[in-house]
Ligand binder design. Structure first.
Ligand code: GDP
Ligand code: IMO
Ligand code: MG
Length: 428
């Protein structure tokens, strides 16, 4: 079992960080393979509560942690995260960052905000971290990689070219002030001096580990429904490689043949941050109640998350897209006080029942949920540690989701802390 990929099956924030923290001790390497610090992975363990944006959630288990070539790295954010972890007693000496990782530069968050403004009513609702523009530059061959910061002379030459180009975009397209070369150069050289000990060829580390038969967990960011190709385009994120399982091998520089298993993380209901269609969304008081029960506020931006009932149409789609052989179902406890719990089992679009997730934005936006109602269990599940400990109605709810998705639940989350989970079948 060389590499296991952990992906988000919905629109992000499914509890990926929490599940990786739970299983990390059984692996030798935990690696992030996509996205940037738009991700926010919460971990609650014996050291406290942590919000990680770039560092993999395996960092608490003293395993080797890798930020792969597929991640875009904001050096200031990474330094901040390392310092926060060290200050709280977490050793970061086993953290390695790919020298091929693209760098988030000062113009990226400016362009992110300015572009959202230009889009007006069509704004994506991005996290504003500059991650989208950093990936756009990567694809446009206008990016800088961490290895480009190493040598002062060649960094200066590359920065002069890219900054000259970007300043024209900032001033002429977005009507923003130009950025200063000397200041940017000095700041990023300082970042480099601080990060240099962590930067290396991480694909070599991963490939060697696979050669030894070590186990690698590839920690996904975001969710499959935010994928550029397969998500609810154009309300998606711009990560290349994809945050789906298909991007995992590329994002750490190993062969896809070394991935043996994909586990999908699903929340027991549905959330989304930012704009874009969400067929099972609950508006008004019902949605507010779910948000308050789950304290559904973004880990990265603090924005209220849009809430709704579990969407089994979208869920089945992401199971198939990723090839998930099993799932972890998190946050079952958030539903403890609901008298009736609904599942969206199909959509009605233009008077027709639809059971496959549509590709067209217009169709998803027009989709009306077809509900199946299940009785709530009206008792606390957080203390449950075996599946049989769950109230009968909670067991039925989990079983119904498994059957709709066509994948068994290996883990059921009943609280945010590391041990507040039912391990039905160990992932590793
Ligand atoms: P990620 O981005 O997928 O890692 O998820 P986030 O950390 O953004 O959001 C998930 C939230 O759910 C975090 O606040 C977690 O602490 C919390 N969480 C994860 N699993 C559970 C669970 O089983 N029960 C409860 N109550 N909270 C959970
Ligand atoms: P984790 O890893 C939830 C969403 C944003 C926005 C869209 C594009 O914590 O699950 P971007 O800043 O990426 O250009 O914004 O994608 N988004 C996420 N939503 N969880 C995330 O990550 C997200 N990363 C991006 O809200 O709708
Ligand atoms: Mg998150």
């Amino acid at each position: 079992m060389p590499a296991v990929v952990v992906i988000g099956g919905q629109w992000g924030d499914e509890g990926k960080g929490r599940i990786v923290d739970l299983i990390a001790r059984k692996a030798q390497i935990i690696a992030r393979y996509s996205a940037g610090h738009n991700a926010g992975h919460t971990v609650v363990n014996d050291l406290g509560k942590f919000a990680l944006h770039l560092v993999p959630a395996g960092i608490f288990s003293e395993m080797i942690c890798v930020i792969g070539n597929g991640v875009v790295v904001d050096p200031a954010e990474l330094i901040h995260e390392i310092e926060m972890l060290e200050a709280r007693g977490v050793n970061t000496q086993r953290l390695f960052v790919s020298d091929r990782a693209q760098v988030v530069m000062p113009w990226h968050p400016i362009i992110d905000a300015a572009d959202e403004e230009l889009r007006g009513a069509h704004a994506v609702g991005t996290t504003g971290k500059g991650v989208g523009p950093a990936f756009i530059d990567k694809v446009a061959r206008m990016g800088l990689r961490l290895s480009d910061l190493a040598d002062a002379a060649s960094f200066a030459e590359r920065l002069r070219f890219v900054l000259g180009y970007k300043n024209r975009v900032l001033t002429q397209l977005y009507n923003r002030a130009p950025l200063d070369f000397d200041d940017t150069f000095a700041r990023y050289r300082e970042h480099w001096a601080r990060l240099e000990p962590y930067v290396t060829d991480t694909s070599h580390i991963c490939q060697e580990a696979i050669g030894r038969g070590d186990r690698i967990v590839l920690e996904g960011a975001q969710g499959s429904l935010l994928d550029l190709d397969m998500g609810t385009y154009d309300y998606v994120t711009s990560s290349v490689p994809s945050s789906t399982a298909a991007g995992a091998a590329l994002g750490v520089g190993i062969s896809p043949l070394d991935v043996s298993r994909v586990v999908g993380i699903y929340k027991a209901y549905q959330t989304r941050v930012g704009n874009g269609p969400m067929p099972s969304e609950l508006r008004g008081a019902e949605g507010d109640r779910l948000r308050e029960c789950g304290q559904e506020y973004g880990t990265t931006t603090g924005r209220p998350r849009r809430c709704g009932w579990f969407d089994a149409v979208a869920g089945r789609y992401s199971i198939e897209l990723n090839g998930c052989s099993s799932i972890a179902l998190t946050r079952l406890d958030v539903l403890d006080t609901f008298e009736t719990i609904r599942i969206c089992v199909a959509y009605e679009i233009g008077g027709r029942r639809v059971e496959r997730f549509p590709s067209s934005h217009a169709a998803i936006a027009a989709a009306q949920p077809v509900w199946e109602d299940l009785p709530g269990w009206l008792s606390q599940t957080t203390g449950c540690r075996r599946f049989e400990d769950l109230p009968a109605a909670a067991m039925s709810y989990v079983r119904r989701i498994e059957s709709l998705l066509g994948a068994p639940a290996d883990i059921v989350g009943v609280g945010p802390e590391r041990n507040e989970a039912i391990i039905v079948s160990p992932i590793l």
